[in-house]
Design a protein around this ligand. Structure first.
Ligand code: ADP
Ligand code: MG
Length: 292
């Protein structure tokens, strides 16, 4: 391969809105056999909003939103932004929480107006020795609709659920079809609820889904695919995706993603669409073919 032509390919990529770190990244992109996609912010828009509010007897939606919104005001998770926005949309007054604790991939806890509040997934409730049995059917039903159920507990009792939905990007399905047509396998990797992930995957044509994956385990999944002989591309947007982006043969960051994701990536897609990833693979193949 002549480095000149590869550099021309890097330049052409930039014209198409892809920032390729170096010639090696472009060469590796031409050899990918599997692409691993993160759900939130990649397949979906990454702008989640509260769609449903379920409350226990004796509680109002506003009470639930004040507790949840106050605690989430200390978090930077996309789900947190959705909950805080929903509270603000109703002009509710939020309090800054005390003793805020975040557990990546599970949820958060702290005190709101001297009351103990916990927010997160069912695993987070179990971890804190809280029963959520009476809410399980509701949790599963919401997840089946592709929504993320966030349980809200007050003083060791689950008092409600906030369901959050993140719209699927309008072009995700077509881009995934193009990837498959290019002979590339597509795998979804997400920390979200299994049923939520399966619902989103079904809507965009992804058959291979790994859900409820902890942030630290994302890189391990990529490594396992590599050990099975795959050349792996990985897309992600979040801080929790950075180790997996670094582990992948080619890490693709969404241009709208966090700085940490962009720094860990080999190729940054300015358009924040999976079409950019397909374009990068096809361009790299064409560039390398001209050289051989
Ligand atoms: P993803 O892989 O989709 O980016 P994360 O690993 O960030 O997801 O989070 C996985 C799950 O942990 C979320 O779907 C949610 O159930 C729970 N969770 C994490 N952080 C929070 C938070 N701040 N508030 C509520 N739930 C949270
Ligand atoms: Mg993410």
């Amino acid at each position: 391969a002549t480095p000149m032509s590869v550099m021309a390919g890097v330049g052409r990529a930039a014209e198409l809105g892809m920032l390729v770190r170096n010639g090696e990244a472009l060469q590796k992109a031409s050899q990918l056999t599997t692409v691993v996609v993160d759900k939130t912010g990649t397949v979906t828009e990454g702008t989640p909003a509260v769609t449903d509010i379920l409350v226990a007897d004796g509680f109002s939606e506003e009470q639930l939103l004040v507790l949840a919104g106050s605690l989430e005001s200390a978090s930077e998770h996309p789900l947190a932004e959705a909950i805080v926005s929903a509270a603000k949309a109703r002009s509710l007054t939020l309090a800054a929480p005390d003793n805020f604790v975040m557990k990546s991939g599970f949820g958060i806890s702290g005190q709101v107006n001297s009351q103990n509040v916990l927010l997160g997934n069912t695993q987070w409730m179990t971890f804190n020795e809280l029963s959520h049995d009476s809410w399980q059917a509701k949790v599963d039903g919401l997840a089946d609709e592709g929504k993320t159920p966030v349980l809200v507990a007050l003083e060791k009792q689950v008092v409600g659920i906030l369901a959050i939905a993140d719209p699927i990007r309008s072009d995700s399905k077509a881009a995934i079809e193009r990837l498959k047509a290019a002979g590339i396998k597509v795998v979804m990797l997400t920390g979200d609820h299994r049923k939520t992930a399966e619902s989103v995957a079904r809507q965009v044509g992804i058959d291979d889904v790994h859900a409820e994956v902890l942030p630290a385990d994302k890189a391990f999944h990529v490594k396992q695919l590599q050990e099975a002989g795959e050349k792996v591309g990985m897309t992600g947007d979040g801080i929790n995706d950075a180790p997996a982006l670094a582990q992948a043969d080619v890490g693709f960051a969404m241009g709208c993603g966090t700085d940490v994701a962009i720094e860990s990536a080999d190729i940054t897609l300015m358009r924040s669409s999976l079409h950019g990833l397909v374009d990068a693979v096809l361009l790299s193949r064409a560039t390398l073919k001209n050289i051989r």
